[in-house]
Write a protein that binds this ligand. Structure first.
Ligand code: FRU
Length: 471
């Protein structure tokens, strides 16, 4: 039906039907990008978890492949929910694509164990006959023990696993020579008491030339912060992570459980689930739920902060172009620019702060004709904050996302948006800050209006492209 068609995304990965949560098993293998995901193919809610599977040559166009893992064993047998093949990762073990995942059964002791599955062709997977490869956690009395992320260093395998015990979230480490026998090596990092009681989906990887490391975590029970990264150093002897910097990865509501891969160009690419547990999810009524964020390349700045930028391959989606330059936004007026409207768009607006005396400026997207419904993106100059307000955005949850943002060194504020039917991803100042939200406006609401308040503001350049559908 029309509403459902309006929520289906044009250029994001989503399930053909049923439920999708975390990205799993991200890997560049034999020239293909593989992305698996937590999946219930039979219903649009979390049930017995399978691993769905998509594959791409360019990180833009994806092909759906058969379900890679289905609940089957004692430790991941199906039921109504709270069972199955939970999140994990993938490695290339001498040409064998190997998945390492959590087998989970609610209420069983132990509830969570770590398992393997392998494939020669990258499509059909066999579970290891002697699963699990890690049969219990180091402490029996733990709150969570799941989501193994495995990587290789100096001929040895390292696994970081999400852990929670006594109210403290942790990322714990195991090492192995063969992916089958694992030795516990201690906690790489843990919550200082303010970072949640269970760290889901940890991902630990080297980044940059100086062998810095970044740890991505999805901490539970520290609402409203649902994602964090720590950057610092990792000692491969002690397996301890030394945190030098910490910040949110994404300041939006709909960003969770990110995972990364390293590709053959040496790029560290991250994708996250573009939803959040507990949200109102209007597409569920139409038989599906969930999407992935765009793939984002991660780089580390000198101060230890991350930059996340959409991969340049996405330029392939650009169609009809509209532009404007040196446009003054007078206080209190809403300005529309010819050709700049739609629900499948990329938009880059550069605001020149030196010639703006407005206290805040920005744009409304997905505006209705009568102006009563929209999502507002605004930069507040004295607060140095970027906001995305979806309280009048349509169906689904409202709420205001807020992120700290200083103007760039050249005095400019650059906003790059990817609008796609039921989502918007906002990258500010070359990926310094990202805000990702799902939006469920009326499909007819495609207006875009720029504004300034408390003075005037100048848009130095504006570029907008219609983006074509990959499906
Ligand atoms: C995170 C998570 C993981 C778990 C998976 C289950 O969203 O809760 O910790 O493995 O989802 O689907």
């Amino acid at each position: 039906n029309a509403v459902d068609a309006a929520f289906r995304l044009h250029y994001h990965v989503m399930p053909t039907a049923g439920w999708m949560n975390d990205p799993n098993g991200m890997i560049h293998f034999n020239g293909d990008y593989h992305l698996f995901y937590q999946h219930d193919p039979y219903q649009a809610k979390q049930g017995p978890m399978h691993w769905g599977h998509v594959r791409s040559k360019d990180l833009v166009h994806w092909e759906h492949l058969p379900v890679a893992l289905a609940p089957s064993e004692e430790y991941d047998k199906g039921g109504d929910g709270g069972q199955g093949c939970w999140s994990g990762s993938a490695v290339d073990d001498n040409g064998t694509l190997t998945l390492i995942y959590t087998g989970h059964v609610d209420g069983k002791t132990p509830e969570e164990v770590q398992c393997l599955a392998t494939s020669k062709d990258g499509v059909i997977f066999d579970k290891y006959a002697a699963n699990p490869v890690i049969g219990d956690s180091p402490d029996a009395k733990r709150f969570g023990f799941r989501d193994p992320k495995v990587w290789k260093r100096g001929g040895k395998w390292y696994m970081v696993v999400g852990y929670g015990k006594d109210g403290i979230g942790k990322a714990i480490v195991y090492t192995s020579c063969d992916l089958l026998k694992w030795e516990f090596a201690g906690a790489a990092a843990e919550s200082d008491g303010s970072m949640g009681d269970m760290w889901e989906c940890p991902d630990l990887f080297p980044i940059g030339d100086a062998d810095k490391h970044v740890l991505l975590i999805s901490p539970m029970n520290i609402a409203p912060v649902k994602n964090l990264y720590l950057s610092g150093t990792f000692d491969y002897e002690s397996c301890r992570f030394d945190k030098q910097y910490a910040e949110q990865i994404d300041y939006g509501f709909d960003f969770y459980a990110p995972q990364s891969l390293l590709d053959d160009k040496g790029r560290r690419i991250m994708i996250a689930w573009m939803n959040i547990w507990g949200a109102t999810m209007p597409e569920q009524a139409h038989g599906w739920l969930g999407a992935m964020t765009l793939p984002r390349e991660l780089t580390l700045a000198a101060d230890g902060s991350l930059r996340s930028n959409p991969v340049p391959e996405l330029i392939a989606l650009r169609g009809r172009h509209a532009a404007a330059a040196d446009l003054t936004l007078d206080e209190g007026r809403f300005v529309e620019i010819p050709g700049v409207r739609g629900d499948s768009l990329e938009l880059i607006a550069v605001f020149d702060m030196s010639s703006s005396d407005a206290s805040e400026f920005g744009l409304r997207i997905r505006c209705s004709e009568d102006g009563s419904s929209y999502t507002e993106i605004r930069y507040a100059k004295s607060e140095q904050k970027l906001y995305m307000d979806r309280n009048l955005g349509g169906a689904g949850d409202g709420g205001v996302s807020a992120a700290p943002l200083q103007p760039a060194a050249d005095g400019r504020v650059q906003l790059r948006l990817f609008i796609d039917r039921s989502s918007v991803e906002l990258f500010a100042n070359d990926g310094r800050i990202v805000i990702t939200n799902r939006l469920y406006p009326d499909p007819a609401n495609v207006g875009i209006k720029f504004f300034a308040r408390g003075g005037s503001a100048v848009i130095e350049t504006l570029d907008a492209w219609e983006l074509s559908s990959i499906w």
